[in-house]
Design a protein around this ligand. Structure first.
Ligand SMILES: C[S@@+](CC[C@H](N)C(=O)[O-])C[C@H]1O[C@@H](n2cnc3c(N)ncnc32)[C@H](O)[C@@H]1O
Length: 634
């Protein structure tokens, strides 16, 4: 028999098996009547085309959106999924309604997915249909093999072959990679969220441990998000650090060896066996996709070129916008909520240069950032653009004034006092990657960047109240180290681009704790000091302008208050703060207290208004892709 004849034979058996199942009238879900015939058909196809094809039923608890009915492996590796629909429902996933529609919205992320009701077949890749829809009969469940049509059956052979031979197409640019990984990370996040709703879930047990160690306030949504981003970025970093493959033990080893201890521990914890099994589908998909990424090709290629920032830096550094692109595709609302709009390098460099001038001219530190004892902090570092610019500036300064030989030693010293906080795991991992690479390039191989996965606005006073365990040790230590920087390290320069997001919820909104952390709410307890934001609020209320104070409930205002506390209030010493933020604080009654506090603490203050309004009658260019006018203050 030829291959074609063997295939036609297999389809005939498939159609008859379905008709027989429906004829017996054993009560069962109609989709379940299709399962065994589809599995047999795939195995038969594997035999015909020399592919070791097998399928497994994806187990999933009742209630959630769940997974496609079958996961299919080819040669032992997960190659795709099949979603079965009751006969007569068809395979036009994009036309479904109600619950099927909701399901499709999630399944769209899958890189290789067949929808079928037995008679109609469609193949989708990442939400797009590939090739034609194929209808092999009017209704196989009724007519069996006698209703099959020859030409569509031949087309089905092509569709199934394509499906079984699928290889992930790996992107060749950083932007492509961001868009490729985002839907898979989203799939993982959604499954974690559903797992958290089940009492017996192993994922739920991990959540309790993780929450206690790192972010006490993290609700289910935040935990699910942190889980998905951590696994994605830890695997990516492991791949870039040359892991042999990304199975848990190998990935964790690669991270440990390259000194990314926190991510190694996090991956170990999050991928622990029972949880890994519950989340096998999305994690397998991510693992397979990232294993196929060629780090050398990506690092060598140009990044995104935007009209908005045509700087050559983008060409040299494909990672500059990677996280922004990823988050935009992964969850645009989260991007806005966390204020993840990265800073154009020209702006960063200008701020860094101005600080270096002040260090020299006003504080007598002739080598700027390279001078002894100048501790620097970016409290919202994103992917590390400010610390990178500080390193570069110090390297240039040291080379010019002290000679090339002095560069590694000066930079090693600076690396020990250049701190950065970031709350999201994704940018944190990218910042680690970029800073480690840059330090190595500048001749400092033995120093790790001081980037902390931390919430800047969390209390500097209250130690983490979590039991120490071998597994969570590095996570607890990281949180304690960040707290020590907040409470003990004397910071001379605080700089950056803090998030901008105005609280939209009303005062009684339930759910996760409202934003502003310790700055706005202070420490718990009767003898605790009042929250430091009071200094901004009280003068406004005293002046009878209390109706305006809601404008102060904005992330950028909390970060301003925190930086003033850190550099001046907490030490009563001299220092520099420079932020690029929304400019609304420059006028208006709500910000009178904030302006008064700034006047009280600063001897000198420069404001560079960059405008950028796009809402009113007079529209001006904005250096960010946002609609709010911005200003640099130093
Ligand atoms: C506007 S971006 C700054 C990006 C950075 N300057 C860059 O160009 O890469 C603000 C960053 O602050 C982080 N962030 C938001 N809230 C934070 C918090 N409470 N603690 C620490 N980081 C926070 C966001 O995740 C985001 O990466």
């Amino acid at each position: 028999m030829t291959e074609d004849q063997r295939f036609e034979d297999a389809v005939r058996q498939f159609a008859d098996a379905i008709a027989a199942n429906f004829a017996t009238r054993i009560p069962a879900q109609p989709e379940d009547q299709l399962k065994a015939p589809v599995r047999d058909l795939l195995e038969a196809c594997g035999g015909i085309w020399g592919i070791e094809a097998a399928s497994r039923t994806e187990v999933w608890a009742e209630g959630g959106i769940g997974r496609p009915d079958l996961g299919v492996t080819a040669g032992g590796l997960l190659c795709g999924h099949i979603e079965l629909k009751a006969p007569g429902r068809g395979a036009r996933a994009d036309r479904f309604r109600g619950r099927d529609r909701e399901q499709w919205e999630r399944f769209k992320a899958l890189p290789n997915l067949i929808y079928t009701d037995g008679s109609e077949w469609s193949l989708y890749r990442s939400g797009k249909r590939v090739g034609d829809r194929v209808r092999i009969a009017d209704d196989v469940s009724d007519e069996g093999a006698s209703g099959l049509r020859a030409a569509p059956v031949r087309k089905l052979a092509g569709l199934l072959r394509d499906f079984l031979m699928h290889e992930p197409v790996t992107p060749r640019t950083a932007r492509g990679l961001a868009e490729f990984l985002a839907p898979l990370a989203r799939l993982l996040r959604d499954e974690v969220r559903e797992a958290l709703d089940r009492e017996d879930s192993a994922v739920r047990r991990i959540a309790d441990e993780w929450r206690g160690v790192l972010f006490a306030d993290a609700g289910s949504a935040q935990f699910a998000d942190a889980y998905a981003q951590t696994v994605t970025y830890a695997l990516l970093l492991a791949q870039f650090e040359g892991a042999e493959n990304l199975r848990q033990a190998f990935a964790v080893d690669a991270l440990r060896e390259s000194q990314h201890d926190l991510l190694a521990t996090a991956l170990d914890l999050l991928e622990n066996r029972p949880a890994r099994e519950e989340l096998s589908m999305p994690i397998d998909l991510l693992q397979r996709a990232i294993e196929a990424v060629d780090a050398r090709v990506l690092l060598a290629r140009r990044g995104r070129q935007g009209a908005f920032n045509p700087s050559q830096e983008v060409d040299r550094n494909p990672w500059l916008y990677f996280y922004e692109d990823f988050l935009g595709a992964y969850d645009a609302a989260l991007r806005k909520n966390r204020g993840v709009y990265f800073t154009p390098v020209e702006v960063v460099r200008a701020q860094v240069r101005l600080v270096a001038e002040l260090l020299r001219d006003r504080f007598g530190k002739s080598t700027g950032f390279a001078a002894d004892g100048v501790a620097v902090l970016d409290p919202a570092c994103g992917t590390g653009t400010y610390p990178l610019a500080v390193l570069q500036h110090a390297a240039d300064e040291a080379r010019e004034r002290l000679g090339s030989g002095a560069v590694p030693e000066r930079l090693r010293d600076l690396a020990g006092r250049l701190h950065a906080f970031e709350i999201l795991v994704g940018p944190y991992a990218v910042a680690q990657l970029r800073l480690t690479q840059r330090l190595r390039e500048l001749g400092v191989a033995d120093s790790n960047p001081l980037v902390y996965l931390a919430d800047t606005l969390e209390s500097p006073n209250v130690p983490p109240n979590v039991p120490y365990s071998v597994l969570t040790g590095p996570l607890t230590r990281e949180r304690e180290r960040a707290r020590a920087v907040k409470s003990q390290t004397r910071i001379f320069v605080c700089l950056g681009n803090p998030p901008y997001d105005r609280e939209q919820r009303g005062p009684d909104a339930g759910g996760e704790r409202r934003k502003g952390g310790w700055v706005r709410h202070g420490d718990a307890g009767l003898d605790a000091d009042p929250p430091i934001l009071e200094d901004f609020l009280a003068p406004v209320i005293e002046a009878g302008d209390g109706v305006h104070v809601h404008n102060l409930y904005n992330d950028y205002v909390y970060f301003w208050r925190w930086a003033l506390w850190k550099v001046f209030d907490s030490t009563a010493d001299a220092g520099i703060v420079t932020f690029i933020t929304a400019s609304s604080y420059l006028s208006g009654p709500a910000f009178a207290g904030m302006r008064a506090k700034m006047r009280e603490l600063f001897d000198e203050l420069w404001i560079i208004e960059l405008e950028g309004a796009s809402r009113g009658a007079r529209k001006t260019y904005n250096v960010f892709q946002i609609q709010t006018p911005v200003a640099i203050a130093i």
